[in-house]
Ligand binder design. Structure first.
Ligand SMILES: C[S@@+](CC[C@H](N)C(=O)[O-])C[C@H]1O[C@@H](n2cnc3c(N)ncnc32)[C@H](O)[C@@H]1O
Length: 266
């Protein structure tokens, strides 16, 4: 499948018409799935590699949704003796979710590791914040021209970049949408929210199953529009100033199929 063309179709939670509360409930489900699974173990590998290549330990997480996997990766790295300071950002920041993640990590991590967040909108393709930029599970949202703009922005501002998404394979669109949807169905009662949102989640999961449908649909579309390694390589080759960065493209062995693109200024 690596050689098949990428199929670009829109995800429901990306539509302008999608009510913000639905987008929030959806990205909260994604963050909850990260907590249920041990994805952070494999997802931490590319960031760890970038840090060993000299990337800054100050992390700016782009497209963080409702927190995503980076706070869990931070805990994992801390257990390995690697200390990071994380800033969560998004085009539409979910400040309440960011605050919850900040408090949760502060409870279990010492001062050497912190989480903060940017409460104003940060566009991943035009970012001015300093630090190692990470983007987990969201690079495929960007069509090639915008994906290139994001990478070029990192090169122009001389900030390291760590892109982690799923590798292209038939297995993921055929299997993962069922798993993620099942997790949405099972996890709804256990996701903590203020009471009105908690009830809304239950209604939109079991009575009018908008959230499971959204997870299934968006998962299928996501896996069909993942970038292959050859496409990532072409993007990198076409960047102006690409030779001033060390680039690495690879896949972490394991269940998640985590594919990475790392760029660190020389
Ligand atoms: C799949 S979701 C969450 C991804 C998150 N990293 C995770 O793993 O849970 C994708 C996120 O990308 C954000 N997004 C979309 N376009 C963006 C842009 N141009 N700049 C920054 N964030 C963007 C959306 O608001 C959404 O929260």
């Amino acid at each position: 499948m690596e050689s098949l063309p990428r199929i670009d179709f829109v995800e429901l939670h990306d539509l302008d018409r999608t009510p913000p509360v639905l987008r929030t409930l959806h990205t909260e489900s994604i963050a909850f799935i990260y907590r249920l699974t041990d994805a952070a173990r494999e997802y931490s590998v590319p960031l760890s590699l970038a840090l060993r290549l000299g990337a800054s330990h100050r992390i700016v997480d782009l497209c963080a949704g409702s927190g995503g996997p980076v706070p869990l990766i931070q805990r994992r790295l801390h257990r390995e003796g690697v200390h990071t300071q994380v800033t969560l950002t998004d085009l539409v920041p979910n400040v309440r979710a960011f605050q919850r993640v900040q408090a949760a990590n502060a409870r279990v991590l010492p001062d050497c590791c912190s989480v903060d967040y940017e409460s104003s909108s940060v566009d991943a393709t035009d970012c001015a914040l300093e630090g190692t930029r990470t983007i987990y599970g969201a690079f495929h949202h960007f069509p090639p021209a915008l994906a290139v703009r994001m990478l070029q922005n990192a090169v122009d501002t001389r900030q390291p970049m760590v892109v982690v998404d799923t590798k292209r394979s038939f297995v993921y669109p055929l299997l993962f949408p069922f798993l993620t949807t099942l997790m949405v169905l099972i996890s709804a009662p256990f996701q903590r929210n203020p009471l009105p949102r908690y009830l809304l989640r239950l209604v939109l999961t079991y009575l009018v199953p908008v959230l499971p449908f959204m997870m299934f649909f968006d998962s299928v579309v996501s896996f069909l529009r993942m970038y292959g390694r050859a496409e990532l390589q072409r993007m990198v080759d076409g960047l102006s100033g690409t030779e001033t960065f060390t680039w690495k493209i690879g896949v972490v062995p394991g269940f998640t199929g985590a594919q990475y693109l790392i760029g660190v200024p020389r």
